[in-house]
Unconditional design. Structure first.
Length: 513
């Protein structure tokens, strides 16, 4: 049973946070409130009137809008077309609609271009389109599921300012997040649920992150901080002068990767910080062989892989945790054991010679479920039936199960609870200790600073600054990500950090941090 004995009261004109570990029932509860799922029993009241929703249309009609953790957008349509889809009667589909979209975008600082094609947008811009879509429909209660997962600190602050403006205008926000510090910063009240049951409410003014974590999972808030260096002088991945161009929606050819050069050594975590849409996705695609480069070369463990197919790169030791698990990491309608095989069908235990070994694949899926605490009734259920965090744990388990040489981890803990975060961090640290090289891309700056041996900042397709993880602050890193370097940051290549090929650990011998 996903939800049982859930009680939650949200006051009009407040930001009410909902927290709980993965699989606690948050998503099910929100689907019920948004009319996507009908409860077996219990009641829902809006503004004192009992209601019964049979579809999202019913919820929208009562002023409830939802921004999902995984976006509900049509990639090949424009922003305007996505926003007006299903709501054509409000402002038409032409200039009136465009003017309304611009009005909302300007009012809340969303920076959305109505004629941009969604496929060309980064994750952060897609989220802004989803928020705009809800506001366009006149929502008075907004359900935001992990809205800050892709934002840098300055953008989070701007979003919170917008939420406070919405609150001041009498709108209500239900804010779902695993970032407990943010919850305490923005919420007026917090409801904690565990395994489908309300276990308590908290006043942010009198509650700490540690206390919230203990309510959620019965343990303290984990830290990503890495305490000792394992960086060797053996290069694992060498990237030389990667250049990639793309044509934007206006027909202008621009560089999305512009002279990217770095080296990751065995036992090293190289962190890339950057606002979404500055070339990180294209960098991952280029390294995985999913995009054809204009120029540049790639070497993996001494072998030139510049022209190797993606499957060959995987077989040679590359693993990837994709930034969008739904688009690039899972077959949502396939059972878990089939998803365990994705990207690794030619490798043991999934194959035996030229044939698939389905029995072994099922058995190994059971192992991953146990070892990575994937909460599921069984391996025959579809990936779509799992919560986002449990989907992520399945992907991490799959990718780490083949003893990779290089792990490309794009937002590895996005949308997972504090307990799952700790587990994923431990897996990365343990594998790093065994010699794994990691390219870490994350919007969680504490995670980047805590896990990385070397930090680089990416801006408009270039690596523009280096940072010492032992000294830099999230605020300094966030400033550099928006083009304003300061504090403990330097121009690329200005020191002898391990990422530049010297093998020197940036923490001067790995002192405790």
């Amino acid at each position: 049973m996903a939800n049982h004995d859930i009680d939650i009261t949200v006051s009009r004109g407040t930001v009410h946070a909902l927290v709980g570990e993965n699989g606690a029932g948050k998503s099910t509860l929100m689907k019920i409130l948004y009319g996507m799922q009908k409860p077996d029993e219990g009641t829902i009241s809006v503004d004192g009137e009992q209601v019964s929703f049979t579809s999202p249309g019913d919820a929208i009609g009562r002023g409830i809008g939802m921004v999902h953790q995984h976006f509900m957008l049509a990639d090949y349509l424009t922003v305007l077309e996505n926003v007006v889809l299903g709501s054509e009667k409000l402002h038409g589909i032409g200039d009136r609609a465009r003017a309304k979209i611009k009005e909302i975008s300007d009012a809340y600082g969303l920076g959305v271009r109505p004629d941009a094609v969604v496929e060309d947008l980064g994750v952060a811009d897609r989220q802004r389109v989803e928020i705009l879509k809800v506001l366009y429909r006149g929502a008075r209660t907004l359900i935001l599921d992990e809205p800050t997962a892709v934002l840098v600190p300055q953008e989070v602050d701007a979003l919170f300012d917008n939420l406070r403006e919405l609150k001041a205008e009498g709108l209500t926000v239900i804010f779902i997040s695993h970032k407990l510090g943010e919850v305490l910063s923005v919420a007026d009240e917090i409801t904690v649920i565990r395994r489908g049951t309300t276990v308590g409410t908290a006043d942010p003014a009198n509650t700490t992150s540690k206390q919230l974590a203990e309510l959620m999972v019965g343990s303290e808030l984990p830290s990503p901080e890495t305490r000792e260096s394992t960086v060797t002088d053996t290069p694992m991945l060498t990237v030389e002068d990667l250049r990639l161009t793309a044509t934007d929606p206006d027909g202008v050819v621009r560089a999305v990767l512009d002279g990217i050069t770095f080296t990751i050594h065995k036992g090293e975590v190289l962190g890339i910080a950057g606002v979404e849409g500055n070339g990180q996705s294209e960098l991952v695609d280029a390294i995985m062989g999913m995009r054809t480069l204009d120029t540049g070369s790639l070497t993996l463990d001494g072998a030139d892989i510049s022209h190797a197919a993606t499957r060959k790169r995987r077989e040679d030791g590359m693993a990837v945790i994709p930034e969008d698990r739904h688009r690039h990491g899972l077959l949502l309608e396939a059972p878990l054991w089939e998803n365990r095989m994705l990207g690794h069908v030619t490798e043991k235990p999934n194959s035996k010679g030229a044939f698939l070994d389905l029995k072994a694949a099922r058995a190994d899926t059971e192992r991953i479920v146990r070892e990575y605490d994937v909460r599921t009734p069984g391996i025959e259920v579809t990936a779509a039936s799992l919560s986002g965090g449990n989907q992520q744990k399945l992907i991490v388990g799959r990718e780490m199960s083949h003893n990779p040489k290089l792990l490309i981890a794009a937002h590895p803990t996005r949308g997972v609870d504090v307990g799952a975060q700790a587990q994923i961090w431990d897996q990365i640290r343990e594998a790093r200790h065994e010699g794994l090289a990691v390219l870490l891309i994350s919007a969680d700056l504490d995670e980047l600073i805590g896990l990385s041996d070397t930090l680089r900042v990416m801006y408009r397709g270039k690596l523009v600054a280096d940072a010492d993880p032992a000294a830099v602050t999230p605020e300094e890193l966030g400033s550099a990500m928006t083009g304003a370097a300061s504090g403990h940051l330097e121009a690329p290549g200005s020191d002898d950090s391990g990422a530049d090929g010297s093998g020197t650990d940036p923490r001067d011998g790995g002192e405790d941090r």
